[in-house]
Design a protein around this ligand. Structure first.
Ligand code: ADP
Ligand code: MG
Ligand code: MG
Length: 255
């Protein structure tokens, strides 16, 4: 059973000037079967948390630890983290011109599973996952994310999630830029993934609307580089009414 333990995590972003501390002591434990919503104002460090766990080189961990089932994640290379079962759906998915979605997915699945999936089985698996996410089959031959709309990119992130079946899924603003239909399709995809009960989800979002489709077990308010309040799903409802003003001193809505 997967457990991700983040302890007193401090992270600085590497800039042209002096490094700037963004995360100022994050503590969070996510267990298999749990969905944790991380909510907070823009610029509070939510994406920085996701990048630091995934191993983005621009984000330097200055102290603290991240353990997956007791294993030191921060000591692993980026690809090792993926193989260990950590998946990140980025807020701004990258375009990879010249690499088709189908090649990309197969390469990723081969890397994560440790062996190439059997072709016949794989083709069925991809077809069925694409159809569940209402993705047109023609997308398989298109370059990764190139010319995709915001909503199409997000659907493809969830397609990867479905096929890679990680232990811990970090979904960074997977709801941003989605219309109502896409939000439903993407949320259903996340709920199917949760239903196995064996994985943990960190659902990062600025807005509460996705939480009407995906009921979190825990909600954490992120402000100024740390978790400033934690609660259950009712905390999201309160944020919808009150926004983040209590935490930032600025008026910022959470709807
Ligand atoms: P959130 O996802 O909560 O909106 P981010 O983690 O993206 O917040 O950003 C937190 C802070 O760190 C912001 O002030 C942002 O400008 C800064 N930051 C993040 N990444 C970089 C970067 N690569 N270079 C410079 N500043 C950065
Ligand atoms: Mg942001
Ligand atoms: Mg962000």
């Amino acid at each position: 059973m997967a457990t991700l333990e983040i302890k007193d995590l401090h992270v600085s972003v590497v800039t042209d000037d002096a490094p700037k501390e963004i995360l100022k002591g994050v503590d969070l434990t996510i267990k298999a079967g749990e969905t944790h919503a991380i909510m907070g104002p823009n610029g509070s460090g939510k994406s920085t948390l996701s990048y630091a766990i995934a191993g983005h080189p621009k984000y330097e961990v200055t102290s603290g630890s991240v353990l997956l089932d007791g294993e030191d994640v921060l000591g692993m290379a980026v690809d090792e983290r993926a193989r260990a079962g950590i998946f990140l759906a980025m807020q701004y998915p990258v375009e990879v011109p010249g690499v088709s979605m189908s090649n990309f997915l197969r390469t990723a699945a081969t890397a994560v599973r440790g062996e190439a999936p059997q072709v016949r089985h794989w083709v069925k698996e991809v077809k069925s996952a694409m159809s569940e996410l209402e993705i047109d089959p023609s997308f398989a031959e298109r370059s990764v994310n190139e010319g995709f709309s915001g909503g199409e990119k997000k659907r493809h992130e969830i397609l990867q999630l479905a096929l890679l079946n990680p232990k811990i899924a970090i979904l960074d603003e997977t709801d941003s830029g989605l219309d109502v239909d896409a939000l439903r399709v993407v949320s259903e995809g996340v709920n199917r993934f949760r239903a196995n009960g064996e994985s943990g989800v960190m659902l990062i979002t600025h807005y509460t609307r996705i939480l009407k489709h995906i009921t979190p077990d825990f909600v954490h308010v992120f402000a100024g580089g740390r978790i400033v309040e934690s609660g259950g799903a009712e905390l999201a409802a309160r944020l919808e009414d009150e926004g983040y003003v209590k935490y930032t001193g600025k008026q910022e809505a959470a709807q």
